[in-house]
Design a protein around this ligand. Structure first.
Ligand code: SF4
Ligand code: SF4
Length: 286
């Protein structure tokens, strides 16, 4: 079962929820797709880490064949090529590795080389296999890393795959959720929180994904995100209280469910609710 956890912005509690759901499951794979700022591994402190580099294809010019026609420069919609003197210069940091310039070059002067953009780390933390994507600073897109880490999911029925998505609703998030069985949207109890919730709500509807909301940092009194859910008949899966103990354990990069039985119960209940939702969805679609 593949559960994706999303939020419209960073700091909402997406990683807190992802890490604790994975830890609450009997067997799970935690996949950190927040490749620009992965931090789930700081909680899990995985052991026996294996590392694999991730590369993309970048064009380079054979000056002996190039006649300076600039067809490649005009083709590149990312402005990653510019004619400098007679020959094209490749701005590698903004090249999106589409390969188009290689195809359009009439002289066969463009070839491709590998460029490392980041890495994948795999390790184990008790019941959780931890897979982390890490994008090098300054790279154009983390999507090639997402494409490489998602196949690390375990497709056995008794294993829960938790996908910790990047924040926001851009194409890197779309890539992260596209094969998920269910999406959990994490929301804060503020006007800004509701605004960000709407972004990911629109995204999961666009992808026709089953979804529910977890309200984080809940206090007594009005919760604009809860109101939004009620007005739009969105299932609220559970609430995580605004609690200084949670803040302290989380800030120390400890896992709540491994520290205190009351949190173990909180996230186990949440997980049970999510699994129930996925099963209901499966029955409804069969
Ligand atoms: S591979 Fe695509 S993005 Fe990169 S320089 Fe060529 S045309 Fe531009
Ligand atoms: S299209 Fe080919 S021949 Fe023309 S400038 Fe680019 S590399 Fe040179």
């Amino acid at each position: 079962m593949d559960i994706a956890v999303l939020s419209g912005k960073g700091g909402t509690g997406k990683t807190l929820l992802s890490v604790n759901l994975a830890a609450a499951a009997e067997k799970s794979v935690y996949i950190d797709c927040d490749v620009e700022e992965p931090n789930g591994y700081l909680f899990f402190k995985p052991e026996n880490i294996e590392t694999e580099k991730v590369s993309v294809k970048i064009p380079y010019v054979n000056k002996e064949l190039c006649d300076g026609c600039r067809k490649c420069v005009d083709f590149c919609k990312f402005n990653a090529l510019a004619l400098v003197g007679k020959y094209p210069f490749v701005f590698e940091e903004i090249c999106h590795s589409c390969g188009g310039c290689v195809i359009v070059c009439p002289q066969g002067a463009m070839s491709e080389k590998d460029k490392v953009i980041g890495e994948i780390q795999k390790g184990r933390s008790e019941n959780v296999e931890v897979v982390t994507g890490m994008l090098n600073t300054g790279e154009a897109s983390g999507i090639p890393i997402i494409k490489k880490i998602l196949p690390e999911k375990n497709n056995k029925k008794d294993v829960l795959n938790v996908i910790d998505c990047p924040p926001g609703s851009a194409c890197i998030v779309m890539e992260s959720i596209k094969d998920a069985d269910y999406c959990i949207l994490v929301a804060e109890p503020t006007i800004f929180g509701t605004h960000n919730l709407k972004m990911v709500y629109d995204l999961v509807k666009l992808f026709d994904k089953p979804y529910g909301v977890v309200l984080n940092k809940c206090l007594e009194g009005e919760n604009p995100s809860e109101k939004f859910c009620m007005e739009n008949s969105i299932k609220i899966l559970g609430k995580i209280p605004f609690d200084s103990e949670i803040g302290e354990i989380n800030s120390n990069a400890e896992i709540l469910v491994r520290e205190d039985d009351k949190y173990k119960k909180l996230f186990a209940n949440l997980l049970e609710t999510v699994i129930g939702e996925v099963q209901n969805e499966t029955i409804a679609n069969s």
